[in-house]
Design a protein around this ligand. Structure first.
Ligand code: ZN
Length: 190
């Protein structure tokens, strides 16, 4: 009896995960979001430098806020609906919050309703790397930053045209720069 209830619960959980509903953030992780003081400046963060970054997790832990570290380096998942980017309609560019690598343009963002910021196409082929993910008994494709190999989220085949892809990304590992901010910065440096 107990076994069948547990099996049913597992199947329901697996189905929920398949439908892009990740497990809830633990209470410990919620507490940790209170302690996000950066300990050391990030020496590799850049929107222009595309050279690969290979810091160890020990090094990243000294640099990144705890919530960013937990998702980016430990492959965690933020609580669904917790990112202000999920419903943002602002025009601009989304960068990797760990290394500054350009990842997605706002015009490829769409409302997936899955609880995380969703995009149908990365900025360039090299901005993302893909890894098979067999966790939770499912076959999924993990997406990582092409520059620093931080965990970003997963990509699914149920997105809108033209790609049919849904990049389901943790908002905590994204930095956003508005298009007009970028233009101002360009003007001031050229
Ligand atoms: Zn990165």
């Amino acid at each position: 009896m107990h076994l069948s209830i547990r099996n049913t619960a597992f199947i329901l959980l697996a189905l929920a995960l398949q439908n892009c509903t990740y497990s809830q953030t633990s209470n410990d992780q919620k507490k940790n979001t209170m302690d996000n003081t950066k300990k050391e400046p990030n020496p590799v963060y850049s929107h222009d430098d595309s050279s690969k970054v290979t810091l160890s997790n020990d090094q990243w832990q000294k640099i990144l806020p705890k919530d960013v570290y937990a998702v980016a380096r430990l492959k965690g998942t933020e609580r669904p609906g917790s990112s202000s980017f999920e419903h943002s309609k602002e025009i601009g560019t989304y960068y990797c919050a760990v290394c500054g690598n350009p990842l997605f343009r706002s015009d490829t963002k769409f409302e997936s309703g899955c609880g995380w910021p969703s995009f149908y196409e990365p900025i360039s082929k090299g901005s993302i790397v893909y890894t098979p993910d067999h966790s939770y008994g499912m076959e999924r494709t993990e997406v990582e930053c092409g520059r620093c190999k931080s965990h970003l989220g997963h990509v699914f085949n149920d997105g809108p045209p033209p790609t049919g892809l849904r990049y389901c990304i943790n908002g905590v590992v994204l930095d956003f720069e508005k298009a007009q901010d970028a233009a101002k910065k360009y003007d001031s440096t050229h």
